[in-house]
Structures are given as structure tokens and as C-alpha cells.
Design a binder for this molecule. Sequence first.
Ligand code: LLP
Length: 404
Amino acid sequence: MIEFQALADKYDTPLYLYDFNHLAQQYTRLKEAFRARKSLICYAVKANSNLSVIKHFANLGAGCDCVSIGEVKRALYAGVPNYKIIFSGVGKRDEEIKEALEKDILLINVESEAELNRVEIQAAELNKQARISIRVNPNIDPQTHPYISTGLHENKFGVDLDTAKRLYIFAKNSDFLDPVGIHFHIGSQLTQLEPIKEASAIVADLVRSLQTLDIDIKFFDVGGGLGIRYDDETLIEPYDYAQAILSTLTGLDVTIMCEPGRFLTANSGYFLTRVLYEKTNGDKRFVIVDGGMNDLIRPSLYNAYHKIEIIGKAEDEETSECDVVGPVCESGDFFAKNIRLPLTRHNDLLVIHSAGAYCATMSSNYNTRGRVAEVAVEDGKDRLIRRRESFEDMIALEKDYLKD
Ligand code: LLP
């Protein structure tokens, strides 16, 4: 039981809370599911990049999937060993590639022919061999929200099968490239097993055909994407997920890698916000809270559902329909529309659930609102893992450039 009220009183609102015991449980569930094989779970840092969250996973043995050199450095700073870090992403600057090579991370995941050429040039300059994987786009519909679908040719990610094969041959013949991995990721918040299995089978076949060309793939990276329950979604069990993937790999001696973000963190996180006041415009009721879309943008951006709970109200209290909105100057600044809540008072506490993934990381300073504090709860104890941003923090990068 997390003491929401006491923690809101102690740390003030708006606030992110993360249940570190739950983070560990999720990691262990997934790791156990793959126990029949060598596996490396590379936590997708973009979901929640707080250093303490990354360190928590590192302590459990996880690696990290990063999409910028900034994320790579975060992972290293938090104690993830370089040989467990992979660097993905559809566009990488030369400097980022170079730094990744210097830091000798496990794999650079390449998403196009042009990128492969840039990696080769950088590696040659450093007189190194770049360990790479190639992201294959298997053209599979993951049956998820179009904004987070990535495995179709119409999406910008990866290369098609024929191009992948050609790039592997090119890499094998290069002195500066070492093609040891293969990668796919078809989308996020996946709740159907079949598309993953289909994609895995297609990519496994490619690995077999590469073997006949003497190209030996050691790391089979199935990306992230495992869905979680925001509302009443039916979920893929980690065991079934692992079995579906393993069933496509007969005869292949590969280490399985996966890159979960949401599955590991989403339901460990809570966003706490207090009611400022209520108002009605005509018949329309609004509950105005102190958190806004700059703190948690998923409802505004994807129309995403996040369960909202009011603390300290009796279950049988009379409710009426309302929108829960923030103070930001946008009509899109809402956490929920047309939900039923009891009448609220100034300072009532609302808990927004499933806020551990893509919430704090997607926050901004819009409207010069400081990023909120983050707190870890573990074994009944709480600790600050990011302090609240101050006004001074927000102007720090500009104030020295003011002209008369
Ligand atoms: N690997 C790659 C290559 C990815 O692109 C992603 C997510 C992941 C792993 C982690 O996926 P996960 O296990 O978390 O589903 N902002 C959106 C989600 C964007 C996901 C982008 N890529 C949201 O709030 O729903």
C-alpha cells in the first residue's frame, strides 16, 4: 500500500511516485520467462530515464536500449556496463556514433544503408571494428495505436528484408564493421501475440539465410512493445511472449535480447495532483488540478486513458460527469474527459495511474512550469530521486545572455 496522502503532504504536488518493488517484479517476470535461453533485457531508457530507475534495473542485471548519446551516457552514469548497452534510433549524428564507438558499447543498431556508411566511416577514423545490428522492418501490422506502430514499411523505421541482407554482406566484407546482431521492433503497447511471433519467424529465417553466407548472428533482439493494462486490455503473458519467440528460433544459437520500456515501468508509476478548484461553464463541469499537460502529455497527445482515483472519498458518494483539466493555456490540457467523479474540494488529492512510462520523460517546461519532483518508494520507505525544478533552473541557460 502506497501512502499517497502522506507522500503528497511530504513532497507536495504535482509529483511522480515510483514503486521500486514493482519495477523489480516486472523485470524478474520477464527475465524468468526467457530462462530457457541466454537472454539480455535491455531496458528502454526512453520510457523513464530517471538515473535511480536505470540504476535499479542495472542492479538486477539489466542492460539498456538507448536512442541518443544522452541516453547512453545516462545509462553509463547510472552504472550500466558498456557491454550491455545498445544504441538504436533512426537518425544518429556522426558525433553520437563516434562517442558510442569510443565508449565501446555492445551494439549500434543501424536503421539504413546511409547510416551504415556513416558508422563505417567513424569506425575507420577510430581504427575500430563497430559491432552492429541491423533493424529489419518485417512489414507486420502490430494492431496498436498508429502513432506507436513501427513495423510497417510505411513507418520510417528499419530496412526491408532484401536491403538487410545486402547490408549484412556489405558489413561482413568491411574491415570496420562486425555484424553480430539483428533487431526488429514492430510497435508499442502490443496486446496481440501473433504479430510478434510472425515478425520473429520472418527475422529468424533471415538469420538462417545469413548463416549460409557465413554471417554469424549472435544477438537476436526482438525490441520492446509488451503492452500493459491501462484500462481493461487483455494482456500478453511474459511466458507466452517468450515461448512464441523461442518457438521461432529452433536450431539457432543466439542470445535473445529485448527492449521493454512500458512493461517494466508504466504500472509502477503514479502521478499525484491536487484539486485547485471546480468550475462549470453552462452544464459542463471542470475539475481543475495543479498538474498539466506539460507534466503528463499522454491524454492530450494520444487520447490515452489513465485511470484517475480520488483519495479519501467514500465509494458510495454521488458522482457527476466532468473533465479533469490542468492550468496550461491549451484546450488539449486534460487528463480525462467525461468521467464521473464526486464533488471535489480545494486540495483533494487525485492519483493518475500507469504513469511510470512516457510521462516524466515526455514532460516539458511549457508555460514556464518547472518539471515536478520524482520519488521512489521501496520496502515501505520513500526517497527523493529528482528534486522539483525551480524558476532558477528554468532560466539558467538564458539569463547570462540578456542584453540591455
Ligand atoms: N525499442 C525501440 C526500438 C523502440 O522504438 C521502443 C519504443 C522501445 C524499444 C520500447 O517500447 P515499449 O516496450 O515501451 O513499448 N510515447 C509513446 C510510446 C513511444 C514508444 C517509442 N518506442 C507512448 O507514450 O505511448
